[in-house]
Design a protein around this ligand. Structure first.
Ligand code: GAF
Length: 393
């Protein structure tokens, strides 16, 4: 997406020139899935697909918001005074900026004038690449720069999570907003969701690239069983806590979990908890493998993550399973697995560069035969977090 096309898009809607341009990435996750609300570790990275904005400050107190991706909703107008800006309205895309604005102001941000904002995103819609976290962190950056707010990046992440949990009503963890906000080119972010300690880890995958495989099965997180799975993890933890003092599932190692697993009273709860504990352990093993440049082992751990998400956590489905299982059989593939919430959306595969074309052709063919429609493939470029773009780029 060029700044020029953003400028043209803005002009076509607002009949004037924009002042500033912004971008916030989406994210993929290499390993550590459904661990972020269990006090575990995650290992995501920001990608060069994301959400763009062209912005101009207004002199009155009105926000005029337009998204090319939701053109049917037209330009949405709200003023700072009205309760309109404080409340969620249906499933409008503007709930995300409104939520960010509300909570930033509740935390003391002084915002007295409005903005015209033109948005366009190139993340495939509903594909589990965190288009909502991208939008939240994009508006965080816009509000911060346009109104000279001093907000610590981790507080901005927490504001995004609050929007998701309290404004939108999805009980998601912290991974997506964190990955988007703290993204660093060619690095993944190792985050301990218990302590919020993190480090950037350079992604050295030799002659391999990461392919994003989109099932093209829409995955509405809010509609999915996401909240239910989270509750099951909480319930399993409560049952374990009758016999062992542990704050989270992520704080348990495999051996201790095994010793106390008899306290969990149903098979589904046992499987959910087992996934959370084992997946967290896998993140640690994957870090060691990456540091030792044992890429084959790193890939097997990625595969193991999918197996666990399929059989223990039960969040894959035939589309994601077809992609991962077919990918495992292709030459030059280190590993493959579903990413994000599940039920649809995307998987990733780590593939040797010169095998990419053959990989996409074969996995695409098998997917179409089995599922009845096509999957899409993109090479992931690992990108920086939210940024202001300059004219001429
Ligand atoms: C979604 C959620 F938003 C994240 O917080 C995380 O739980 C993920 O699903 C599963 O790992 O993307």
């Amino acid at each position: 997406m060029s700044v020029q096309s953003l400028e043209n898009g803005y002009k076509s809607i607002f009949k004037e020139s924009p002042a500033h341009f912004y971008f916030a990435p989406g994210r993929i996750n290499l390993i550590g899935e459904h661990t972020d609300y269990n006090g575990g570790r995650v290992f995501p990275c920001a990608i060069s697909l994301g959400t763009f904005a062209a912005v101009k400050p207004r002199t009155d107190n009105e926000f005029h918001l337009y998204s090319k991706n939701f053109a049917d909703q037209g330009v949405q107008v709200s003023t700072l005074e009205t309760s309109e800006i404080q409340e969620k309205v249906g499933n409008m895309w503007t709930n995300y900026p409104k939520g960010m604005l509300r909570y930033l102001m509740e935390d003391g941000a002084k915002i007295t004038t409005g903005l015209n904002v033109y948005i366009v995103g190139n993340l495939p819609d509903g594909a589990g690449l965190s288009s909502s976290a991208s939008l939240e962190m994009l508006f965080g950056k816009i509000f911060q720069d346009e109104f000279q707010l001093q907000v610590d990046p981790i507080d901005m992440v927490k504001t995004g999570v609050k929007v998701e949990n309290q404004f939108i009503g999805l009980n998601s963890g912290i991974m997506d907003q964190f990955a988007v906000e703290m993204g660093k080119k060619d690095n993944a972010v190792l985050l301990d969701t218990n302590t919020l300690k993190y480090e950037h880890v350079p992604l050295k995958l030799g002659n391999h690239v990461i392919i994003i495989m989109n099932t093209n099965k829409r995955r509405e997180l809010a509609d999915s069983k996401y909240n239910e799975h989270r509750q099951q993890c909480d319930e399993a933890l409560k049952q374990l806590q009758t016999g062992i003092d542990t704050p989270t599932l992520g704080a348990l190692d495999k051996e201790t979990f095994d010793e106390y697993a008899y306290l969990i009273q149903s098979e589904p709860l046992l499987k959910r908890a087992r996934h959370a504990v084992f997946e967290n352990q896998r993140v640690g093993e994957a870090m060691t493998a990456l540091r030792d440049q044992d890429l084959a082992k790193f890939g097997r751990l990625v595969n193991a993550s999918h197996v666990s998400l399929q059989y223990d956590f039960d969040v894959t489905g035939k589309e994601l399973d077809t992609l991962a299982h077919t990918a495992w059989q292709q030459p030059g593939v280190l590993g493959a697995r579903m990413i994000g919430g599940g039920y649809g959306g995307c998987a990733i595969a780590i593939v040797e560069k010169d095998q990419v074309a053959a990989f996409e052709a074969e996995v695409g063919k098998v997917y179409k035969e089995k599922i009845g429609y096509a999957a899409d493939f993109y090479v992931a470029e690992i990108a920086d977090g939210p940024t202001q773009l300059r004219r001429g780029k």
